[in-house]
Design a protein around this ligand. Structure first.
Ligand code: VGL
Ligand code: ZN
Length: 208
């Protein structure tokens, strides 16, 4: 059994003080650090939202649109976000307390301005792959634990894609290692992941 931990978007932009702050987003950092040190993983991967300054998910690119309303991108419905995680800025950097030296694979995503990429595995239109699934398959991963930000967007899409794209791999979500943008969509996201076959677990069960 090869066990991997996937940390989703634990970046300044999604923590208090960032451009798209998730309530208590920084609370996942000690959970990630404890699991990296004591969770018994063979491999640790981390995704990084990594947008060009003119990314089409930014409300600023759509005259008259405001953050957190629905708009369109490349002809499809798209949530309009505040500018966030622009490549090379402090907003896109991992949280300063995250033990990045333990991370073996860093997967950047969201680089194509014409499509958003919530999932660490592929763009939202499911066409362009990031390459992460191939890397995990190549390492022989059989168990994938996922945690990070935000539960109702990038964590959810990554977990569902992991089930879809890594056949035979057990996928688990570490609930206390996640925080979400909107409490209503968080509950729906947890139910959707569970119904799809993701095991919902806590870090405590892994650390004791
Ligand atoms: C995310 C919205 C836009 C996330 C990324 O990491 O959940 N959400 N970009
Ligand atoms: Zn983004």
């Amino acid at each position: 059994m090869t066990r991997a931990l996937l940390l989703i978007d634990i970046q300044n932009g999604f923590c208090p003080g960032g451009n798209l702050p998730v309530p208590e987003g920084d609370a996942v950092v000690p959970v990630a650090n404890a699991l990296m040190a004591h969770g018994g993983y063979d491999l640790i991967a981390a995704s990084q939202d990594w947008h060009p300054h003119n990314h089409g998910s930014f409300a600023s690119q759509h005259p008259g649109r405001h953050p957190f309303e629905m708009g369109e991108l490349s002809g499809k419905p798209q949530m309009m976000w505040p500018d966030h995680c622009v490549q090379g800025t402090a907003d896109a950097a991992f949280h300063p307390d995250l033990d990045v030296e333990r991370i073996g694979i860093i997967q950047q995503k969201g680089t194509n301005p014409a499509v958003d990429s919530y999932s660490a595995f592929r763009d939202n239109d499911k066409s362009a792959l990031t390459g992460l699934a191939a890397q995990l398959t190549e390492k022989g991963v059989t168990l994938l634990d996922i945690m990070g930000l935000a539960t109702d967007y990038c964590v959810k899409f990554s977990a569902l894609d992991a089930l879809d794209m890594l056949p035979g791999v057990k996928v688990r979500l570490i609930m206390d290692g996640c925080r979400g943008i909107d409490p209503l969509t968080v509950d729906a996201a947890l139910a959707e992941m569970r119904d799809a076959g993701v095991d919902l677990i806590t870090s405590r069960s892994l650390l004791e």
